[in-house]
Write a protein that binds this ligand. Structure first.
Ligand code: 5GP
Ligand code: ZN
Length: 115
């Protein structure tokens, strides 16, 4: 999708530090990390947000969690634990309108949920 930052990252028009890539999924380091490990995992195909998911998108969500599992092990945060966050819409604080999963770890995270 034109003018989508993460589509541009997928198309390598904007550089990123890629930690995982396959035909459908890309994972790259967040430019403004909030923890030692902060990786964004996205479907390559443009899906605007969690509320824009269609029934046919459900398979990709399962695959994304599989990739998160792999990356957590690769980044050596699987044992100590980590957090996965999806911000959705205005109240959820979603800034980039391309569905993304934040994988955050490498330190003890401060609160169980945000408020
Ligand atoms: P959101 O607030 O939409 O859930 O998260 C967007 C995330 O994208 C933020 O954590 C922000 O730091 C990250 N981000 C924004 N622009 C870029 C960029 O150009 N490159 C990378 N790697 N991350 C970005
Ligand atoms: Zn996009």
């Amino acid at each position: 999708m034109q003018d989508c930052l993460f589509c541009k990252i997928v198309n390598k028009e904007i550089p990123s530090s890629i930690v995982y890539e396959d035909g459908e999924i890309l994972a790259f380091k967040d430019i403004n990390p909030v923890a030692p490990v902060h990786i964004l995992v996205i479907p390559k195909r443009h899906i605007s947000s969690l509320v824009d998911l269609k029934e046919e998108d459900e398979t990709i969500i399962g695959k994304i969690y599989g990739v998160i599992n792999k990356i957590a092990k690769q980044e050596k945060i699987a044992e100590d634990g980590f957090r996965v966050i999806v911000n959705c819409g205005e109240n959820g604080g979603q800034e980039v309108k391309h569905l993304h999963f934040h994988l955050i770890g490498g330190k003890k995270l401060s609160t169980k949920i945000c408020n």
